[in-house]
Ligand binder design. Structure first.
Ligand SMILES: CC(C)(COP(=O)(O)OP(=O)(O)OC[C@H]1O[C@@H](n2cnc3c(N)ncnc32)[C@H](O)[C@@H]1OP(=O)(O)O)[C@@H](O)C(=O)NCCC(=O)NCCS
Length: 256
């Protein structure tokens, strides 16, 4: 199934904030899926923004460091805006005991953040229930800063098998960039799959088997049975995007 990102100017019903700048777009995935990306300025973060935006601050996040509180807020803001674009408001996205976002009834989505960046996408399930667990088991999004050279080798050993390393060797593209994309794709897959798999699984559960030369997508293959809908050998495409030369964003939609 094709997935295209179309940037469109979107009227915001929320007040602009000095803390963040947002960029909304729509993806086409058999239906319109809002994608909200924001850059945020941690020096402009303050705890009162949670109240101003009517975003609940969980006790576990309240106790965490300022950077974590700011990232949590930015991620939840993106989720709120994505739901707003689907005309669902006022609403907030909670957090369960395992840290998984809890979406309003009839919606599912994914959140990611890293230094100064946050993203969320949300899909509305259709009325016939087709889009429930059967049709849209999951979607995942991830944003990562391109890994520095000092940590690249370490991540490579931990994350990739020999065939994946060969993909890196064969490519003329920056190793750090490709490595970050592969890592990010696996994180996106984990978030998309976790709700159906229901347990933790490691990076060797899937392999990157192809990287599209323009880096617009890569392909994953599942290496172990994760769920009846995610058997060994199933392949999935992950959309990739470079942001501001410094970040990568990946996203995956799992269809039954
Ligand atoms: C959970 C995990 C994927 C989060 O990724 P990350 O790059 O560390 O952080 P991100 O900012 O991208 O994502 C964090 C968000 O993911 C969401 N999230 C956390 N756990 C999740 C889960 N089990 N399923 C779906 N979404 C989850 C939350 O919204 C969280 O943000 P919040 O706490 O502010 O709400 C990662 O920490 C992890 O545990 N990875 C190991 C498992 C793995 O990736 N295996 C590889 C399989 S191929």
């Amino acid at each position: 199934m094709t997935c295209e990102a179309v940037s469109i100017p979107v009227h915001s019903t929320l007040e602009p904030l000095p803390f963040l700048q947002e960029n909304c777009s729509w993806l086409w995935h058999g239906r319109a899926v809002p994608l909200v990306h924001c850059s945020f300025d941690i020096s402009r973060y303050r705890d009162t923004l949670f109240d101003e935006l009517q975003i609940p601050l969980p006790a576990s996040i309240r106790q965490s460091v300022l950077r974590r509180r700011a990232e949590y807020l930015a991620g939840r803001y993106c989720a709120l805006r994505a739901l707003d674009l689907l005309c669902l408001q006022p609403v907030s996205v909670g957090r369960d005991k395992l840290g998984i976002p809890t979406w309003p009834q009839g919606f599912t989505g994914s959140i990611s953040h890293c230094r100064g960046q946050a993203v969320a996408l949300v899909v509305q399930q259709d009325h016939a229930g087709r889009a429930g667990k059967a049709h849209w088991p999951g979607l995942g999004i991830d944003i990562e800063e391109i890994v520095p050279a000092e940590t690249a080798a370490n991540i490579e050993c931990r994350l990739l098998d020999n065939a994946e390393r060969e993909l890196l060797d064969e490519s003329s593209v920056s190793r750090q960039l490709l490595l970050t994309l592969m890592f990010s794709a696996k994180e996106s897959f984990f978030k998309a799959a976790y709700p159906v798999v229901g347990r933790y699984f490691d990076f060797d559960a899937v392999s990157v088997i192809h990287i599209e030369p323009r880096l617009s997508s890569l392909r994953l293959r599942i290496n172990q049975p994760l769920h009846s809908s995610l058997p060994t050998g199933r392949e999935l495409d992950v959309n990739c995007q470079l942001l501001a030369t410094q970040y990568v964003m990946t996203r995956v939609f799992i269809h039954s």
